[in-house]
Design a binder for this molecule. Structure first.
Ligand code: M6R
Length: 625
């Protein structure tokens, strides 16, 4: 395939601009709004962001200031003497789309009298923008967000609350937005549709934020907006209306969290928070990437007819956890699309004079997009003239800028060094890619994996809600000098990830093996009490895995089995402990199996009092060789 792909960047109209996991703050009250807005945004910095902005309501219009980069860039340019008592502020963390001044929020209407900020995805923004442009509205950014102030402007003559209800009826997707208008200088309106939004009630004013962290120094009395609700917030009070437009009577809750707890959403560690966020991250990752007919839409690849047919081989390159995601993807790609795949660790690929044959697409996978070895491998593949795509979580990362095309994982900022939600969203993106390739390389009828991918967020959420007690297994693993993980097929790939999680944060030696490989040497290490985590999600492979478990049991090994509910009976007589995951299609079950493996590592590390989010000797981005 010739290197016909355009650089990912602002000149590429096919990419979808999505702002997601952004920070939102708003204030209406007796004090000047700006100090709270800036402090609130600072408190949301931990979420990660790439630009920031504020809007203050003044009688002659709305004053807007915004800047790409750190909050300090905004602080340097904003006019701090503005006395407005009503305003909104935003930190944007773009998962797709360039972090520029123009794309930073707030966005305004044509007259500069309405400003809005938003978190989430407006799925029908293209249609809305086309419609609004046709009726004369002029847009100045590439974001989906900008349709909001223009929709509000279109409702001129009505109250801001009515206009917000109108906008809510027109917008599709998962989002939360705040808006202000110079025509109603005492109010902020807020709409929540699946993205978080909290109201804070103070003595001298009322607050809004995407995250309780921003509010805590000002108030601990909060109301959480429900999906579909709209609120009008003034210094005098708060009025909430439900999806039918009826006034909602809501009592405030008192929040006891410390500020530090709040920044982790109340969780003791970022890792646990990020584990629990996975179902939402999965939903965001899949959003807009599957058509009504079940076909995969990978718009960001800017594919032309025949491009996927011309992909004859795939070379996957990554490090650590991302490498494990690639090993899973290799099996999907080869099995579903029958396209040969090679997977290399980036630090090896760059020095092994790789042979890349014509028709190869190189796909580099990296959460941070800054891993030095991965970047060097990408440079090598590009120099050799091959198309290079990336799967990454960070917009504007070096990797995203270097490759020809990018698929973003949309997991939101991952703070814990130990990767969790980035891994599982990498799996989903790679599964979509495998399915898209399967569609063209194996057009014969097959059972679609897509509905099963789509059901993962609900299944994962249900499992995490109940969060199985791993009790005795945690104590057993925590006391062991060495732990082994086994699995076959896809389960071997997820076992590799499980063992990395454990050793990374608990400092316990762990190794993963294809289950059938134990007897070729490692079985010598199995003696009474040695924990063996067996992942067995495939009915077809179950008899084989059972035999391998028997080999372990015969040497006194203590087996913790991770199996779907539908296969739990197979383990009753064999395993010392069983963790079940929801029954689902075997092709995607290992994605769910990652959850208990992550939690096992987390529980063991906390039992051992390890520094879970910042394990010794490790960094979040490995930018050196
Ligand atoms: O940012 P990247 O995905 O390129 O990072 C690669 C590895 O350093 C990373 O996955 C590492 O293995 C994680 N800390 C594992 O949890």
């Amino acid at each position: 395939m010739p290197p016909q792909y355009r650089q990912a960047g602002p000149d590429n109209p096919s990419r979808k601009v999505i702002t997601h996991v952004c920070g939102i703050v708003g204030y209406a009250g007796a004090h000047p709004a700006l100090p709270f807005l800036l402090e609130g945004l600072e408190r949301l910095e931990y979420r990660g962001y790439d630009s920031a902005g504020v809007a203050l309501v003044e009688s002659e219009g709305v004053y807007v200031e915004k800047a790409a980069g750190r909050l300090s860039s905004l602080v340097a340019v904003v006019d701090k003497s503005r006395p407005a008592h009503v305003g909104i502020g935003h930190t944007r963390w773009a998962t797709h789309g360039p972090p520029t001044d123009d794309n930073a929020h707030p966005h305004t209407d044509c007259a500069g009298r309405v400003a809005a900020i938003h978190n989430g995805i407006i799925e029908n923004y293209r249609e809305l923008r086309a419609e609004l442009e046709k009726s004369g509205h002029v847009f100045s950014s590439e974001t989906d967000t900008e349709v909001i102030p223009h929709l509000l402007e279109a409702g001129e003559g009505h109250s801001l609350g009515e206009r917000a209800l109108y906008a809510r009826g027109r917008l599709e997707g998962a989002y939360a937005f705040l808006a202000v208008s110079a025509d109603e200088p005492d109010a902020v309106v807020a709409v929540r549709q699946a993205s978080p939004l909290v109201l804070g009630l103070g003595d001298t004013g009322n607050y809004l934020a995407s995250d309780i962290t921003a509010l805590l120094p000002y108030t601990r009395e909060v109301m959480i907006l429900d999906n579909g609700e709209m609120a009008v917030v003034t210094g005098r009070g708060v009025e909430i209306r439900d999806a039918a437009g009826l006034v909602v009577d809501r009592t405030a809750s008192h929040i006891e969290w410390t500020t530090e707890e709040a920044s982790r959403g109340g969780y003791p560690h970022f890792m646990l928070k990020e584990i629990m966020e996975q179902p939402d991250a999965w939903a965001d990752c899949l959003r807009g990437r599957i058509g009504a007919d079940g076909a995969v839409i990978l718009e960001e690849l800017g594919l032309r007819p025949g491009d996927l047919e011309r992909v004859l081989r795939v070379q996957l390159i990554a490090a650590g956890t991302a490498y494990h995601a690639c090993l899973m993807a290799q099996r999907w790609l080869e099995e579903w699309a029958r396209v040969p795949v090679r997977v290399d660790v980036a630090s090896e690929f760059r020095y092994q004079h790789p042979i890349l044959s014509p028709g190869t697409v190189v796909v580099a996978v990296s959460q941070s997009g800054e891993t030095a070895d991965t970047l060097a491998s990408v440079a090598l593949a590009k120099d050799a003239g091959f198309p290079v795509w990336a799967v990454t979580n960070v917009v504007g990362s070096t990797l995203a800028r270097e490759v020809h095309r990018v698929l973003y994982t949309r997991a939101g900022p991952e703070v814990s060094v130990c990767s969790t939600k980035a891994y599982t969203t990498q799996l989903l993106v790679l599964a979509l890619l495998a399915d898209a390739l399967a569609d063209v390389h194996r057009p014969e009828p097959r059972s679609s994996v897509i509905p099963h991918l789509q059901s993962l967020p609900a299944l994962g959420a249900a499992w995490l809600r109940e969060r199985r007690d791993l009790g005795a297994s945690v104590a057993r693993v925590a006391a062991a000098p060495s732990v082994f993980y086994i699995g076959r097929g896809l389960d071997y790939a997820v076992a590799l990830e499980g063992q990395l999680k454990l050793k990374e944060i608990s400092y316990i030696h762990a190794e993963a093996y294809p289950a059938g490989e134990l007897k070729h040497g490692t079985l010598a290490l199995i003696e009474p009490g040695v924990p063996v985590v067996a992942v067995a999600t495939s009915a077809a492979l179950m008899p084989k895995v059972r035999s391998n478990i028997m080999e372990v049991r015969a040497r006194g090994g203590s087996v913790l089995a991770v199996v779907p509910e539908s296969l739990a009976d197979e383990m009753q007589d064999l395993a010392d402990a069983i963790i079940t995951i929801p029954a689902t299609d075997e092709r995607v079950a290992p994605v769910l199996a990652a959850l208990p493996l992550q939690l096992l590592a987390y529980d063991v590390a906390t039992a051992l009092d390890r520094d879970v989010d910042k394990p010794r000797n490790l960094a979040k981005s490995v930018t050196v060789e």
